[in-house]
Structure formats: structure tokens, C-alpha cells
Design a protein around this ligand. Structure first.
Ligand code: MLT
Ligand code: ZN
Length: 467
């Protein structure tokens, strides 16, 4: 329950309509896409300016109230879950374009702007915002920055971090910081902008961002290839990347395809069933690259690596092929999947995959496992589907124990326990497999600088005290 004094002060800052206390609103704003925790915030506030965000943070700091920053709540690690009576600050109203500069090719937007709206704005200017993933229709740019979102184009364009030229944040201390001013070159000491990118709302609230845009790609083609086994997916990757600058190299398993086809009604790419599928995308540049891609495809068939394949002949066919990959995540929601989002360097992927696969077969003999991911970036999504007879708690406990073993393998291969979804609540216990004890204690020290009272997203990413 929000104390009456705080309610009064919040109403003074925001006006009555911007303070939400109804249970439906608390439920709606208190959860992300995870299905493990229950929402239980004490209030939701919808500030309309950076100044209002600052006033709310100062109030929360004075009264030691915890805050959960909230974007589109499409996160998969519990980073935006408010389960312990926190105040949710949702930045939905900070969704405007403040400035566009065609010469710099930068656009300054409010953190609450929906990612797809930013992509569309770029297209209207004859430009391109290349960070893309299935939930861009509801995710917000501030949340993307706070989690350093990845997606399907990372192999060519990198993560969100690469496109952030400037940030305005309100720290947990209540300071407004304007970081990097949209500059391309700026060697003036510590670049705090990069600390806030991927900080999961633990250091400050990202309120505004200057985003770098780029030239739109030429016409692209999509290929889907049917592949026999895991190591071969990597042979195919190497064959293509040695000759073509791919814009995507994704993979998914037969089970993933079966589920998408059954649930979304999409057509299969070809009749041959294969254990794995790779989806490649590249700029065609006339017919030149397309011809090269076809010759590489034939080479892969001759080697016995690829059993069947299809290449898009039109934009609509390309987008239909993409749907086979992009719709997997949404398709799986009804099975309440437990998600692992792991990465290693691509060169280590064959051995790592072999070990993870063996571990999973041994530890999850009766569970349905759905593999997919951005294998061209070394990033695997390992989704364990909840059997109907298992309670959510038992399921999460069992998967957590296996995640611990997956974490040990990640450590052995010097990889990451969270390639792109973020740590949040879900992967906090496994963070030490990717980051050393010294690093984690430095993270705590950095948090204490920007959020001295520990009010921002407490319990996410790192715990307040040494475990
Ligand atoms: C994806 O690659 O589809 C996204 O990261 C979402 C997910 O893993 O479910
Ligand atoms: Zn992904």
C-alpha cells in the first residue's frame, strides 16, 4: 500500500490520472513476459517529462521506496517484474520524436517510443534502424537500451549499444545526466552512456535517447536450408560467411518448426523434414550475390550438409520464411517455456553445442526441448517446455538445477549466461558463471555511486549484498 503522504505528493507531481492504483493496472504494469513471478507493485506512475521522472525519483529516494522502471515489458528475464510493493515508473508517455538531424543521421526520441515506430520513422526518412526482433511492435526503445537488446540482425549490425549516440538519464540519486550529446567522437574520459546501456534499470531511468540511423539495405533475399545435425549448421555458416556479408544467420529445430506451423498455420519451407534449419539473409546487389549464394548452397548439398533448401523469390515469400523463425517465441508462450539464452564465441560453438546437447538429453529426458537462436552470433535459445503434469514451481526448480549445469558449461567455454535477454531475476544466480567475483563486486560499487539508496530495480541483475 502506498502511504497517503506519498500518494498526495505523487498526485501533486503528476496529476491524479497519472497515478494508477487499480488492481488491473498493477497487474498489467507489474509483469514482463515471464510467467514465474506474481505482480505486486504498490502503484504505477506515468510521468510526462524528464523533470517529473526526476521529482518521482527524489521522492522515492527521500522515503526509501523501491522503483521498477518499465518499458514495453516484453523482457524475458524478469527485469521489469514488480513483485515486492515497488512503484512502477512507466515511460509510455515519453514517446515523441524531439529532433531529427538528416546530416548526422540521428534522431532523438523519448524512451517510451515503441521500437517499431522508430523503425518506421527511419524508413520514412529513407534510412534504417537495424535493431530488429519479434516484439518490436510493443517493446520500447528505453527498454531496448536498458537491456542492450539484440535480435535477428546482430551478425551484421551489432546490438542496440552500437546505435546509441546519446542518452538522458535520471540516476537513482536524482541527477539528470546528458551523456555523449549524440557525438560520433568524444574522448573525454569515462563514457557513462555505456554503463547505462544494459544496466537493466539498476543505475538510472533512461528517459531520452539519440539514436544513430544508417543507410537502408538494398533488396534482400532469404534462404532456408534443411540441415542434418548441429556441427553441420556451423559448416554451413562458415561456408556462407567466408564469401557473403550476411544480414542474418538464424537456426531452429524441427520441433520449433512443427510448433510454429501447427500454431500459426504457416506453410513449411519444403517437404523434406530435417533436424535443423538455417535461415540466411543477404543483400542481393543485383543478381551477383544471389548467384554466389546459389553456388554456395550447391556446395553445401554436395558435401551432404544441406538436404533441401529454398530461396525467396519475392518480398512476400521472404517475409513468410522469416515468420517461421520470428513466430517461434510467441508460439511457445502457451507452454510456459523456461528460457536459457546463452552464448559462446562462434569458433567454440561446435564443442559447446555437443556438450550442451548431451547434458540436455541426459537431464531432460522427458521434456520437450525447443532449440533456436542466432547461431551466427554464437547465441543459442534453449527453451524447455513445461509438461502439463508438473506444477510451475516444480518445473522452475528442475530447470533451475539444469541451468546451473548449463552455466558450468558456459563458464568452461568462457561464454555468457545471457547473450541478449538480460539477467533480471531469472539469471541472477548464474551470473557468476560469466562474470568474476571481482567484477560483480565492482558492479555493486558502481550501483552504489549512481543509486546510493539502492532504490532502483532492487534485486535485479545483482543482489545488494555479497551472496
Ligand atoms: C528470439 O530470438 O526469438 C527472441 O530472443 C525471443 C525468445 O528467445 O523467445
Ligand atoms: Zn533472440
Amino acid at each position: 500500500m502506498l502511504p497517503p503522504l506519498i500518494t498526495k505528493q505523487l498526485v501533486t507531481i503528476l496529476g491524479e490520472e497519472r497515478l494508477l492504483l487499480r488492481s488491473e493496472d498493477l497487474q498489467y504494469y507489474g509483469l514482463d513476459r515471464t510467467t514465474i513471478w506474481q505482480a505486486n507493485p504498490c502503484a504505477v506512475v506515468l510521468p510526462g517529462s524528464i523533470k517529473e521522472v526526476q521529482q518521482i525519483v527524489l521522492l522515492a529516494k527521500e522515503h526509501n521506496l523501491a522503483i521498477v522502471p518499465s518499458g514495453g515489458r516484453t523482457g524475458l528475464s524478469g527485469g521489469a517484474v514488480a513483485k515486492d510493493g515497488e512503484i512502477v515508473i512507466a515511460l509510455d508517455r515519453l514517446n515523441k520524436i524531439r529532433e531529427f538531424n538528416p546530416l548526422d543521421r540521428t534522431v532523438t526520441v523519448g524512451a517510451g517510443m515503441i521500437t517499431e515506430n522508430l523503425q518506421n520513422f527511419a524508413v520514412e526518412q529513407g534510412l534504417f534502424y537495424p535493431v530488429d526482433f519479434a516484439s518490436t511492435g510493443s517493446s520500447q526503445i528505453g527498454g531496448n537500451i536498458a537491456t542492450n537488446a539484440g535480435g535477428i540482425n546482430v551478425i551484421r549490425y551489432g546490438m542496440t549499444r552500437q546505435w546509441v549516440a546519446g542518452l538522458t538519464v535520471v540516476t537513482g540519486a536524482g541527477d539528470i545526466l546528458e551523456l555523449n550529446r549524440g557525438l560520433m567522437k568524444n574522448n573525454t574520459g569515462y563514457d557513462f552512456r555505456h554503463l547505462f546501456i544494459g544496466s537493466e534499470g539498476t543505475l538510472g531511468l533512461i528517459c531520452e535517447a539519440t539514436i544513430q540511423l544508417t543507410r537502408a539495405p538494398e533488396e534482400t533475399a532469404v534462404m532456408v536450408l534443411g540441415i542434418n545435425d548441429f556441427p553441420t549448421v556451423l559448416d554451413v555458416l562458415q561456408t556462407f560467411t567466408s564469401k557473403i556479408d550476411l544480414t542474418a544467420f538464424e537456426f531452429f529445430s524441427q520441433l520449433a518448426l512443427d510448433k510454429v506451423v501447427a500454431h500459426q498455420g504457416h506453410a513449411v519451407p519444403f517437404e523434406t523434414k530435417t533436424p535443423f534449419y538455417a535461415l540466411l539473409e543477404f543483400e542481393t546487389k543485383g543478381d551477383e550475390v544471389l548467384e554466389l549464394a546459389m553456388s554456395l548452397f550447391e556446395h553445401c548439398v554436395e558435401q551432404g550438409w544441406v538436404l533441401d533448401g529454398v530461396v525467396s523469390q519475392s518480398l512476400s515469400q521472404a517475409s513468410a520464411l522469416w515468420k517461421l523463425r520470428e513466430d517461434i517465441s510467441e508460439t511457445l508462450w502457451e507452454f510456459q517455456p523456461y528460457k536459457n539464452d546463452i552464448s559462446v564465441r562462434v569458433s567454440r560453438m561446435p564443442d559447446f553445442l555437443d556438450e550442451v546437447n548431451k547434458l540436455v538429453e541426459q537431464r531432460y529426458p522427458d521434456f520437450e526441448i525447443v532449440w533456436y537462436g542466432h547461431i551466427g552470433d554464437g547465441n543459442l535459445h534453449l527453451n524447455i517446455l513445461r509438461p502439463v503434469h508438473l506444477s510451475n514451481d516444480d518445473f522452475v526448480a528442475q530447470c533451475g538445477a539444469v541451468s546451473n549445469e548449463v552455466g558450468q558449461l558456459v563458464a568452461k567455454y568462457e561464454g555468457s549466461v545471457s547473450a541478449e535477454h538480460g539477467v533480471g531475476l531469472l539469471k541472477k544466480d548464474y551470473l557468476h558463471y560469466s562474470r568474476s567475483a571481482s567484477e560483480i563486486s565492482l558492479m555493486r560499487a558502481v550501483k552504489a555511486v549512481f543509486d546510493p539508496n539502492g532504490i532502483l530495480n532492487p534485486g535485479k541483475l545483482i543482489s545488494a549484498k555479497q551472496d
